[in-house]
Design a protein around this ligand. Structure first.
Ligand code: UD1
Length: 421
């Protein structure tokens, strides 16, 4: 198994290009199932999760052409030849549930394996399911699969999500584009990836209002056409690399970065001691002086502080001049990076959904294990400032969501290498 070796101490200076958003891509790709005409996505990141979604779409009968080295995907779905998303693929990636809505909306049938639990919590799909029932689908859960049918098509309705789930909002929005009549979805998620999905669906001919607010109104149409759509910037990769020069010192320009994608995070990063400058096409980040200030964080749905940047923020705050409290409200088991950071000398106590981080003077390199995607990058952030060598194992988690992490960081002066076995 590959590992990443980081030797701490180098300040970061240079430019990092930010890729297209993995999470946007994982909901845009299934949207291709809604139309007989091709959907072309540009600015696609080259990640293992994108390969997994490609494999899933191909298993359903899509033709996926990967162009420009994977930067562009052209997805044609003349016909959905198989309506079952098998366990073998779904278990690898929870976002697979996103094919359910488009298949059900187009053909009135879909069978999708239940995703099951995952490392960062139970993550049920009950909101997706009750939303589809509200749209008139008949659901039957058996043999570990969701069997969904809508023989007369989905019917527009008003449905209020009990929680603003990102995945459920995306699934229901996509499906409602082909429902009969008007669908009003209330208490929806407002993440930039949902705004991006709405933009793409509109380019395909959908009638949608309200993206970026908590109510979506969708006027169903008979069919959708093809489109070409550029995937939005990855705000989590952006936030991660904004944090890098604050932990190591130095100055980094994040190409393609926009503050409106990471507002709540930027406010906290500034409170911790970052200087963030905006240019027309980038953000430039450096640290004000040598001190990292403690800050309290509470993860929330957008536009609150994103749960996907909590682990990285914890790595930074281990070196703060005082005590910070991090509260995780989105996932029930998302502090698995804490024990690994403790092995590097951090002082962290976890009680339920709260982590109390007392700043220490320095971290020490250690062998550590990546437990999930965002946890693994937090260990690399910590390794870049720790004394000596940090060896991160299970780096396949990183390959799911960070494109060319070693190349991007070493171009700015980090001592980081990947060792393949
Ligand atoms: C998406 C992101 C993930 C991010 C998360 C929250 C993708 C591919 N992934 O995940 O990176 O961390 O948003 O910003 O876009 N829940 C239910 N029932 C449901 C659905 C969700 O109880 O039917 C719960 C989950 O267990 C979790 C919380 O709601 O505790 C948030 O989940 P959700 O917003 O759906 O996240 P994902 O779409 O899975």
């Amino acid at each position: 198994m590959d590992r990443i070796v980081v030797t701490g101490g180098a300040a970061l200076n240079g430019q990092i290009p930010i890729s297209g958003a993995k999470n946007a891509c994982l909901t845009l790709m299934p949207a291709a199932l809604l139309s007989e005409e091709p959907l072309t996505l540009t600015n696609v990141p080259r990640l293992s999760d994108i390969s997994t979604m490609t494999e899933l779409l191909e298993s359903l009968g899509c033709e996926v052409a990967s162009l420009q080295g994977g930067r562009v995907l052209a997805i044609g779905t003349a016909k959905i030849s198989n309506h079952t998303a098998h366990y073998d693929i779904v278990r690898k990636m929870r976002a697979s549930i996103g094919v359910l809505g488009p298949m059900l909306a187009r053909d009135g049938e879909a069978v999708v394996s239940l995703p099951g639990g995952c490392a960062i919590g139970a993550r049920p799909v009950d909101i997706h399911l009750s939303g589809f029932e509200a749209l008139g689908a008949v659901l039957d859960l058996r043999d570990g699969y969701i069997h969904a049918t809508a023989p007369k098509g989905l019917i527009g309705t008003t449905y209020e999500l009990p929680f603003a789930s990102v995945g459920a909002t995306e699934n229901l929005l996509s499906a409602a584009t082909l429902a009969k009549g008007t669908t009003v979805l209330k208490n929806v998620a407002r993440e930039p990836e949902i705004v991006d999905l709405a933009k793409c669906l509109r380019a395909m001919g959908a009638q949608i209002e309200g993206e970026g607010t908590s109510t979506l109104t969708i006027q169903g149409v008979d069919r959708l056409g093809g489109a070409t759509h550029q995937v939005v910037t990855d705000r989590i990769e952006l936030g991660t690399y904004m944090l890098a020069p604050v932990i190591t010192g130095g100055k980094v320009e994040l190409l393609g970065g926009r503050r409106d994608l990471v507002s709540a995070f930027s406010d906290k990063l500034e409170a911790a001691g970052a200087i963030i400058e905006e240019t027309p096409n980038s953000l430039i980040v450096s640290r004000k002086g040598d001190i990292i200030h403690p800050v309290n964080i509470k993860t929330e749905v957008h536009p609150g502080f994103p749960t996907d940047l909590q682990a990285q923020m914890m790595a930074l705050l281990t070196l703060a001049d005082g005590t910070s409290v991090l509260e995780e409200t989105i996932f029930e088991n998302r502090f698995m990076h804490a024990p690994e950071l403790i092995r590097m000398g951090a002082d962290i106590e976890v009680h339920g959904g709260h982590a109390t981080v007392k700043g220490v003077k320095s971290l020490k390199g250690a062998p550590v294990m990546a437990t999930d995607l965002r946890a693994s990058i937090s260990l690399i952030m910590a390794g870049m400032v720790a004394e000596g060598e940090t060896v991160v194992t299970r780096v396949y988690h990183l390959d799911r969501g960070y494109e060319h992490v070693v190349r991007k960081l070493s171009a700015c002066g980090a001592n980081i290498e990947r060792i393949s076995e």
